[in-house]
Write a protein that binds this ligand. Structure first.
Ligand code: SF4
Length: 303
């Protein structure tokens, strides 16, 4: 679907591969240094124990089974022919190099046209990035996704990220030097962040030669630190109107060719305490487009 208001991921992939490309989400049994005690046992304050995994498939399946089941389901439903392997759960570069190679090697079966790896900027090094870029052949789409959430170190400290913005800048630079696509994850509405803070994040990311972005609203998931803060009335959550308006302000500041890979959080509905207004993602995207229409603006209008 072409919105005309922003460059969606599906639109981008369709242009590159000549047809719709479907993501198959994978859980390859990774952990995260911010949860296993290497940095902390607490994790980021918004993270629930799924490590941001949408839990589409059973974690008991092997990687190749997850891939095969995932591809077949999508094939049956949409007659899909091309797929992107998406390593989503936890930090998908957080293992020794030899194990990473074994894992990534498994996904390049027939009809897989690319791979996207979600991780933390402090979980990559030169060798791991060299390995990932070695898959960047045969016109594949090879992307690394870094959680950053905000460019402000005061916020990164508050949300217990365990790394600073400079770490993200260095990881992006090393990734771009290897011709990898880079996608940044951002959360709008983090505690103590002002509207200007969020727009500063947009402006800074816009200046960094980043290829894509995933934008989420702050969600209160059951059992997280942010859930405690919410119960103690220590956080203010955005209303739907505030979120829509902030997303539009944010997108206006980004380059027109930055790929917008998500505009709403994932998080399983049954574990989500707030926001209650979040219904179907497509409906929210429709409301964002309406806001752009009302403003007479679009992604990149103020870049
Ligand atoms: S880095 Fe990701 S998986 Fe690790 S605690 Fe933070 S959100 Fe969770």
């Amino acid at each position: 679907m072409t919105s005309g208001y922003f460059l969606s991921f599906s639109e981008y992939l369709k242009k590159i591969f000549g047809e719709k490309v479907y993501k198959v989400t994978l859980d390859a049994g990774f952990s995260c240094p911010n949860r296993d005690g290497s940095l902390s046992f607490d994790g980021c304050i918004f993270c629930d124990d799924s490590g941001s995994f949408s839990r589409l498939y059973s974690n008991n399946l092997s990687l190749s089974e997850q891939l095969s089941v995932g591809m077949h389901k999508i094939q049956d439903r949409y007659h899909a022919k091309k797929f992107l392997a998406y390593f989503q759960a936890y930090s998908n570069t957080y293992k020794p190099l030899s194990e990473l190679k074994e894992i990534y090697d498994q996904v390049f079966v027939e009809n897989i046209v690319g791979m996207s790896i979600g991780t933390r900027p402090d979980c990559v090094d030169e060798q791991k990035l060299d390995l990932i870029s070695s898959y960047n052949i045969n016109n594949r789409f090879i992307q690394i996704e870094y959680g950053i959430q905000s460019i402000h170190d005061k916020t990164l400290k508050l949300i217990n990220r365990g790394h600073d913005f400079q770490c993200f800048q260095e990881a992006c630079q090393k990734s771009k030097e290897r011709n990898l696509k880079v996608c940044a994850h951002v959360i709008l509405g983090l505690p103590n962040e002002t509207h200007d803070d969020m727009l500063e994040t947009a402006k800074t990311l816009a200046s960094m030669n980043i290829d894509g972005i995933k934008i989420h609203m702050l969600a209160v998931m059951e059992g997280t630190k942010i859930h405690e803060m919410y119960n103690e009335n220590k956080i203010n959550l955005m209303s739907e109107d505030e979120y829509i308006s902030t997303v539009c302000d944010f997108l206006e500041l980004l380059p027109p060719d930055m790929i917008i890979q998500r505009l709403a959080g994932n998080g399983k509905r049954e574990f989500r305490i707030q926001p209650r207004w979040l219904g179907k993602k497509l409906e929210l995207v429709g409301k964002i487009e309406k806001e752009f229409q009302k403003r007479g603006s679009k992604q990149g209008s103020k870049y």
